[in-house]
Design a protein. Structure first.
Length: 277
C-alpha cells in the first residue's frame, strides 16, 4: 500500500521559488521515504508475510477486476486527520473523482474543505493545477500510467493518493509491503454488503472493504499511520464505479483557466524512495 502521511493537508510537490503545490488528495510521508521491510519471518525464508489465504483470494479478485478494465472511473468521499503542532487532531473532508483510460490517460478532480485541484495525464505529460492558488505546472511523462506514477515518485518524492488502484496490477501494488493480513468479517458500506479485510505493514495499518458478489469493487479504505504521533487516519469511501464511459482522448488534455500562472517543477535530488513506489 502506497498511502503516505505528510502531516499537512494534501500531497505536496516542490516547485521552483519554493512554491508549494498540493496534488490530488491525501498525503505523503516525508521528503525521504522509508523502507517498508518485513519484520515477520519464517524459518528458511528471508521474508514471509502471514496472510490468510481467503484474504489473498478476495484482494486478488478485486485487483483482477480493475486490472482487466481498460477504462474505469469512481468517486471517493474522504475524511483525513491533520495533526497540529500542539498535538491536537483536526479532521477535514474532501471528495475526489477519478477517470482512467489505459494505458496512458488519467484525470482526477479533488475538492476539499480548503482547496481545489486537478490533475491530467495524457500519455505525453502530466499537469497539476491548483485552482485555489491559480497555479499550474506541467512536466514530461512516461508513455504509461505505471511508468508515470513511478517517475513522479522517483523524481518528485511523493506517492499520489489512491494511485494503488491505477497501476496495471493493483493487487501486486497493494500486497507488496504487507506483513500480515486477516479477514475481519462481513461488513456494510452505505447499504452494500462487503468483505472486511485488515492488513499490517511496518509503518501503517490499513483496512479495505470489498463488495460481496460477482463484482468485487472497492467500497472503503482506512489507513492508520501508526508511527506518526496521534496515529492520524485517512478514510476513503468509494462509489459510482463505472467501466463503460468511453471518454474521448481530449477529455484527458489539460484545461487551464485564463489567468492561471505557470510555475516550473523541480526534480528532487538525493531522495531515497526504496520500498515505497
Amino acid at each position: 500500500m502506497q498511502f503516505q502521511y505528510s502531516g499537512s493537508r494534501g500531497l505536496i510537490v516542490n516547485l521552483k521559488k519554493r512554491a508549494v503545490f498540493y496534488f490530488l488528495l491525501a498525503s505523503f510521508l516525508s521528503a525521504v521515504t522509508v523502507y517498508s521491510q518485513d519484520s515477520t519471518q519464517a524459518p528458511g525464508s528471508p521474508s514471509a508475510p502471514v496472510i490468510d489465504p481467503k484474504v489473498t483470494e478476495l484482494l486478488q479478485k478485486m485487483g483482477d477486476l480493475i486490472k482487466s478494465s481498460r477504462e474505469f472511473s469512481f468517486h471517493a468521499e474522504i475524511l483525513y486527520d491533520d495533526i497540529l503542532p500542539s498535538g491536537q487532531k483536526i479532521q477535514f473532508a474532501a471528495a475526489q473523482d477519478m477517470d482512467v483510460k489505459r494505458p496512458d490517460k488519467v484525470f482526477t478532480k479533488y475538492q476539499s474543505d480548503v482547496e481545489s485541484r486537478e490533475f491530467w495525464y495524457d500519455g505525453k505529460s502530466f499537469t497539476l493545477l491548483d485552482l485555489t492558488k491559480n497555479l499550474y505546472s506541467t512536466a514530461k511523462a512516461e508513455p504509461t500510467i505505471d511508468g508515470t506514477l513511478q517517475e513522479i515518485i522517483n523524481n518528485y518524492g511523493y506517492t499520489p493518493a489512491l494511485s494503488d488502484f491505477l497501476y496495471s496490477d493493483p493487487y501486486k501494488t497493494l500486497i507488496e509491503n504487507v506483513l500480515s493480513g486477516f479477514y475481519v468479517g462481513p461488513g456494510d458500506v452505505n447499504g452494500t454488503e462487503c468483505y472486511h479485510l485488515a492488513f499490517v505493514e511496518k509503518y501503517i495499518d490499513w483496512q479495505i472493504w470489498i463488495e460481496a458478489g460477482d463484482k468485487p469493487l472497492v467500497r472503503k479504505v482506512v489507513i492508520t499511520y501508526k508511527t506518526v504521533p496521534e496515529s492520524p487516519q485517512y478514510v476513503a469511501v468509494f462509489s459510482d464505479w463505472k467501466f463503460d464511459k468511453s471518454l474521448p482522448d481530449s477529455f484527458f488534455e489539460p484545461k487551464i483557466p485564463a489567468g492561471a500562472k505557470e510555475i516550473d517543477m523541480v526534480i528532487l535530488k538525493n531522495v531515497s524512495l526504496k520500498g515505497e513506489r
